[in-house]
Structure formats: C-alpha cells, structure tokens
Design a binder for this molecule. Sequence first.
Ligand SMILES: [Zn+2]
Length: 179
Amino acid sequence: MLPWVVRRTRLPLLSLRCVDCRSESATTGEGRFRVNANGKLLDVWLLVRCVSCDRTSKLTVHERAPVRSLDPAQLDGYLVNDPGLVASRLLDPLFAQRNHFTLDWTGAWRLETPSAWLDEAWPVQVEVTFDDPVPVRPERLIARGLGLSRNEVLRRIKCDVSLRRTTSTGFTFTVMAEN
Ligand SMILES: [Zn+2]
C-alpha cells in the first residue's frame, strides 16, 4: 500500500466579509490572540486582518468565561500567541461556525506522494491520510497525484468512498493497470 499524505503548508485564509471594504478574504497573519480580563471573567479573541484594507476583526474564542474554567496551559498559550493554538482554533469547525467564516485552502496545502511508484506491481493500492482537515475531492486529488485525466481516473480507479464527494478523512483506492 502506497502512502499519500495531505498536509497544510501554511494556515488557510478565511472567507469572511470585511465590514469596511466588502472584500471576502482575511488572514490570521502571524497569529495573535487578545485576552481581556473583566473581574473573574475572560474574553479571548483571535485577531484576523482583511487582506485588502488591513482592517482588524476580532473572532470570539471565549466569551465571558470564568478564569478557572480555562486550562492554565491553554491560557498561557493565548497570552504568548502559541502558533499551535492559533492553528487549532482556526481549524476548529465549531469556531468557524460560531464566527461565520469558512476556510479558503487554496494554495495552503500539498499532496505528498512517494516516488517509488514504478516498482509496484499492478494493481496498486494507495492509502490517503490527512494531517490537516483539507477538504478535497478524491477525483481531483487522484488525478493530480497520478497525473491522469478525469476520464482515466473514472476508468482506472476503484475507491471505497465516492470520488466526487468532498472529504477530509482518510480513504484508500486501487489503481488498475492500463488495458
Ligand atoms: Zn477590508
């Protein structure tokens, strides 16, 4: 079984409408949180910037959360803008839903494939795993990874998931020899 890995190369952009210039693209940039303490309650935001006009918006991570309800290590992560924490918040589907944005993965990921392809005997089995939740259409991913046309993919690939349905979870497929 040949391993293919889908992995992000940087943080994706956010599809989020700017209230000033109506652009629909924002970035976390270096990745910064803002923490505001109000008595024993904390607000935590992730700051994002419009890519067109640079306007900064705050996306709610925690709203009026009791200080003791937060894991101290995590609170520390917010205070030092821990890059791992920025990534995990940004990629959290619930966070995206609450703050009304979707992720734009264009150019933010790559497919890693082993080069030792020619030694394999037909049919070849491939296992695709996802290091990051990048939404891909199996049909397109396979065409790209194998350098095949879409028609060839439909003809030569047997797959355990729908080739057309976008997924971010692992799957396997079999490449049949060319007839
Ligand atoms: Zn803007």
